[in-house]
Design a protein around this ligand. Structure first.
Ligand SMILES: *Cc1c(COP(=O)(O)O)cnc(C)c1O
Length: 429
């Protein structure tokens, strides 16, 4: 039984019942000829909150008024900005504020986390990764291993799904961890795969890794601000993510890491250090020997970009206002709506690569002419994502997308499919 009716009036009624319907107005939606586009690219670059410009200007004004004193003076001294980010972020990450550090960019942080959490000992030196990891993650790990004088081919154990377009099975990952148990030093996977949109069972994978005696870390670029996470409870060792996708922090936004509290006091962990990770109480005493902050901020290196902190703060404030549980509830409903509509389009011309375990993103693999479909969608005002060879990815997000937009996507895709494939002979199996 489908609880949805497939018509526009029903979509409108879903929007009318949406507790978050007012939040779209807090964002700047791209327009074409004075008409708002249908933006389904929150998985790539989240939309700009209207409050971000004000937040930036406030920092600029503070700088103008007080110069370097701004770090310490005024209503919100720059030195306190990091703390102000931790509380809202901890809700989304399912972590203690002390386990988070907002710093650098994602790929930089992958390197920093590898320095701390890749601890090869004797035979236990392998790293379990996914064969279809985001390229930057692969480049980071390869170059990191080469820097250590190790051969990536000898160190990496790649799990794959059998075919690059399939989702992986959690059981296969767990099985791979178990069968390499005595030689695994680290498991490092994307919490949500950027290509298929698959959400991994991070709790199960974390437990299997611990049981195997390996460290476990996740790249959460596609998960943070998208799905419910309990990083602390799942006892994940570390995680890192960027803030410009679902977190709407702006292009090149400041990234963040999670380091489980059980590692904070571990003096045997190696790390690359800088003065901003120095114990706050004594940071400005300019001592010679490094003493880390006794929490995740001990991994900081440099004076943070206050402008980027302000951008992220303005976005996280919207998450706080909306309420994380309310956001997640709408996400689930909107994705059920999208899935039902997509199912209605049948499987003749495309298949959905995304399994039921997922966040906002759906990836559609077209059998042919995917690019034509994409171009027509774009012409009609839909902003979705194109991936070679034939994949269209889209991600309606709860803070600014509507049920009606999803309906329009379905109607447009239905019409486009009719137009593009109408003159074709039936596709041979
Ligand atoms: C978006 C994304 C990146 C991008 O890394 P940057 O350092 O922010 O450019 C890396 N890894 C994954 C899994 C991503 O989804």
């Amino acid at each position: 039984m489908n609880r949805f009716e497939f018509n526009e009036a029903f979509a409108v009624s879903l929007d009318a019942a949406d507790p978050l319907q007012g939040f779209r107005k807090q964002f700047l939606v791209p327009e074409k000829n004075g008409k708002q586009r249908m933006y389904f690219l929150g998985n790539s670059l989240g939309l700009q909150p209207k409050s971000t410009a004000t937040a930036i200007n406030t920092i600029l004004q503070h700088w103008a008024d007080e110069g370097v004193e701004s770090f310490f003076a005024g209503e919100s001294p720059w030195l306190d900005l990091h703390n102000a980010l931790l509380e809202p972020l901890s809700v989304i990450a399912g972590a203690k504020p002390s386990e988070l550090s907002v710093m650098n960019q994602l790929t930089v942080n992958i390197h920093l986390m590898l320095v701390s959490f890749y601890r090869p000992i004797g035979k236990r030196k392998k790293i379990l990764v996914e064969s279809k990891a985001f390229p930057s993650d692969q480049y980071a790990i390869h170059s990191f291993l080469q820097h250590l004088g190790l051969d990536p081919l000898e160190i990496l154990v790649e799990v794959n799904a059998g075919s690059e377009n399939l989702a992986m099975r959690n059981e296969d990952i767990v099985h791979a961890i178990e069968s390499h148990a005595d030689e695994l030093a680290l498991v490092f996977l994307g919490g949500i795969n950027y290509y298929t949109g698959q959400l991994l069972d991070m709790e199960q994978i974390s437990k299997a890794s611990r049981d195997a005696g390996a460290m476990v870390g996740f790249d959460l670029a596609h998960a943070m601000g998208n799905v419910k996470l309990s990083l602390h409870e799942w006892e994940i060792d570390f995680a890192c993510w960027c803030s410009y996708k679902y977190l709407n922090g702006g292009p090149g936004a400041v990234a963040a890491v999670f380091v489980h509290e059980r590692h904070h006091a571990d003096k045997t962990l190696k790390r690359l250090t800088g003065w901003w990770g120095y114990d706050k109480a004594e940071r400005f005493a300019m001592k010679n020997r490094f003493v880390p902050e006794p929490d995740a901020t001990g991994w900081q290196l440099s004076t943070p970009s206050i402008l980027l902190y302000a951008c992220l703060k303005s976005s996280l404030d919207i998450f706080t206002q909306a309420g994380w549980t309310t956001i997640l509830a709408k996400q689930e409903k909107m994705m059920d709506w999208l899935s039902s509509l997509i199912n209605d389009l049948g499987s003749e011309h495309f298949e959905c690569l995304t399994p039921d375990a997922r966040g906002c993103q759906v990836s559609l693999l077209f059998k042919e002419k995917g690019r034509e479909v994409y171009d027509l969608l774009f012409e009609k005002g839909f902003m979705v994502d194109w991936r070679e060879p034939n994949v269209i990815r889209l991600a309606p997000v709860p803070l600014y997308n509507t049920f009606t937009e999803v309906w329009h996507f379905y109607s447009a895709l239905k019409a486009i499919i009719f137009e593009v494939y109408a003159t074709d002979k039936p596709i041979q199996a």
